[in-house]
Write a protein that binds this ligand. Structure first.
Ligand SMILES: [Zn+2]
Length: 64
């Protein structure tokens, strides 16, 4: 989880650790917006997986 360290070039869309200019095309870089990747959705999937896992676990425990 180091997405906040990355910058994204406005021109060539390359991710870079440079905070000033793109090392590839010398264009401005900006902090990429996380919205596009929707990390919340990713975690939601994990939560659902965990939730389902715990439900199954509980079922097993109740049955045995
Ligand atoms: Zn660039």
């Amino acid at each position: 989880m180091m997405g906040w360290l990355l910058r994204k070039c406005e021109k060539c869309n390359q991710y870079t650790l440079s905070v000033s200019v793109c090392p590839y095309c010398k264009s401005k870089v900006h902090i990429p917006h996380p919205a596009k990747f929707s990390p919340d959705d990713k975690y939601a999937r994990y939560r659902i997986a965990l939730k389902e896992g715990s439900i199954h676990e509980n079922h097993d425990k109740r049955r045995t």
